[in-house]
Design a binder for this molecule. Structure first.
Ligand code: HEM
Length: 500
């Protein structure tokens, strides 16, 4: 009898807590602009068509109805406020609000912890500050300059593969080609790791990342899987953890190989690595002395390696692929990029550091592609203080989604937002933009640490590709966007390349 009483009391207490919280949330959030229909089981999540073209059309419709922000329910008791106008995004990013952590509200970022751990993207507070301080020097100009050789040589490998298709006049899947190029680049630059990832038939790592990102995205739309224990037991959860194991094996292999190199280095070689200005990312992690207050534990090191492997290649792969795809739909802009690249590089095949600033129109096309196909479609923060935006009170503790895709397509901010027009980013026009209107790399303290690295890699790859080939889209192929953690194409991007 006493057992039944205890169970009844516990269940009653949980229900009571939920009901009280729900009543509180209703009072605070239903007064904000938002989606009208609400389900006691799913909140408003079922209204969202999913991470696909229909989902983007839904977002466009929301933009027309609500200019600055709206609220929606990711589950029955999970209110989220979306912001997507410079006036509503600015105060959130300026407030240094942290990334969401598990609490009464589910945390979409915590869902990535089994894979990325508390690396730079997912950590907060002093842990984040320590890693950011430690790793910022890895992105200094002096370090980035020598990477030009790596961007060029990795692009050459990719272009040789493209050439093979071109000779056979065969269409090929661009995203996969670029994904492997971007992985090759980050492995060499950040980890001094030589691999055959571009030429090998083994795609298990890049395929695992695509699947992990998809599973993570799907979980955010499935309230029944919000709970970690339930998710672990589900088929999708089991697959997610299996893939995490696979990616960890890769990062552990990279770390072990570098430790071996460092251990086998004689005193003079080691001195050269320690003192050289171009100490790479992994050397910085491994060579902080154990008595240093910034020294990282082995798990912390692995978390950072997983974080940078993912963030350092999945994003640039998306940015480069969508830029090249955009140019297939606009031969006039493709021709203009070609003329510019020819003018800047002449007969050279190698893009040099000093060329980067001269590739003005190429850069405008890259920026416009990052607006149209926003590389990272949304990011999330938790408010530490209440905010009032255009008369709307967003309570302290709210989970706020900064919808970068919506910000970049807000018709109250951009003229003809669905048209690809690189001229918007002409320096004379860009300087007139609101600084919070175009944020592919986010802004504020938690902005992208790798943005210069990424832009350089993108410029080199786009310039070299367009210099060598005229690209067109396979006419039988329908392109559909999938706005997951990064913007992906649903069935790839089937492209044809003909030599210049
Ligand atoms: C086109 C390429 C890229 C885009 C569009 C991009 C975008 C972003 C965005 C939007 C954020 C904020 C994430 C958040 O608030 O949750 C971010 C953070 C971050 N990015 Fe990038 N990124 C790119 C390339 C890179 C590269 C190449 C690296 C590493 C080599 C990198 C490493 C990171 C890291 C570590 C963070 C977390 C920074 C922190 O919180 O201190 N990203 N990036």
């Amino acid at each position: 009898m006493w057992l039944e009483t205890v169970i009844a009391v516990v269940v009653g207490a949980i229900l009571w807590r939920y009901l009280r919280q729900y009543a509180e949330y209703r009072r605070q959030y239903f007064i904000l602009p938002g989606h009208d229909r609400y389900s006691y089981l799913y909140g408003s999540i079922k209204l969202y068509p999913g991470f696909n073209e229909e989902g983007l059309a839904f977002d466009m419709d929301t933009l027309k109805r609500h200019k600055y922000l709206c609220h929606w329910w990711a589950g029955p008791v999970t209110p989220v406020v979306s912001v997507y106008h410079p006036d509503s995004v600015h105060p959130v990013l300026k407030s240094s609000a942290p990334k969401p952590r598990s609490s009464f509200l589910v945390s979409f970022y915590d869902m990535g912890l089994p894979w990325l751990g508390e690396g730079l993207i997912l950590s907060n507070g002093s842990k984040w500050a320590k890693s950011r301080r430690l790793l910022t020097p890895a992105f200094h100009f002096d370090i980035l300059k020598p990477y030009m050789a790596v961007y060029n040589s990795c692009a050459n490998t990719m272009l040789t593969k493209m050439e093979a298709f071109s000779v056979k006049e065969e269409a090929f899947e661009l995203f996969d080609l670029i994904d492997k190029l971007a992985l090759d680049v980050i492995l060499q630059c950040a980890f001094s790791y030589q691999s055959d990832c571009q030429t090998s038939s083994d795609s298990s790592y890049t395929a695992a990342i695509v699947e992990l990102v998809t599973l993570w995205g799907e979980r955010t739309l499935s309230p029944l899987h919000f709970n970690d224990t339930l998710y672990k037991w589900s088929a999708k959860g089991k697959r997610f953890y299996e893939l995490c194991k696979l990616t960890h094996q890769m990062s552990e292999q990279i770390i072990a190989k570098r430790i071996e190199t460092l251990e086998n280095a004689d005193e003079t070689e080691l001195q050269k690595i320690v003192s050289k200005k171009t100490k790479d990312f992994l050397d910085i992690l491994l060579l902080t002395r154990t008595d240093d207050k910034d020294a990282l534990s082995p798990v912390e090191i692995r978390n950072e390696v997983d974080t940078f492997l993912f963030a350092g290649h999945d994003t640039t792969a998306s940015g480069i692929s969508w830029t090249l795809y955009s140019l297939t739909g606009h031969p006039e802009y493709q021709e203009k990029v070609y003329q510019e690249v020819k003018d800047v590089m002449g007969d050279r095949d190698t893009v040099q550091w000093t060329d980067l600033a001269s590739l003005e129109f190429t850069t405008m096309c890259i920026k416009e592609a990052m607006r149209m196909y926003s590389t990272v479609p949304s990011i999330i923060r938790t408010l530490e203080e209440q905010l009032v935006i255009h008369g709307h009170r967003i309570p302290k503790g709210s989970m706020v989604a900064i919808q970068l895709w919506m910000l970049h397509h807000n018709p109250h901010v951009w003229e003809e937002p669905l048209t690809f027009d690189p001229n918007r980013f002409h320096p004379d026009k860009q300087c007139l933009m609101d600084p919070f209107q175009f944020l592919p790399f986010s802004a504020g303290a938690r902005n992208c640490i790798g943005q210069n690295f990424a832009l350089n890699e993108m410029k080199v790859t786009v310039a070299k590709t367009i210099k060598r080939f005229r690209l067109s889209l396979d006419p039988s192929h329908e392109v559909r966007q999938v706005p997951l953690i990064t913007m992906k194409p649903e069935n790839g991007l089937m492209i044809q390349a003909s030599p210049r």
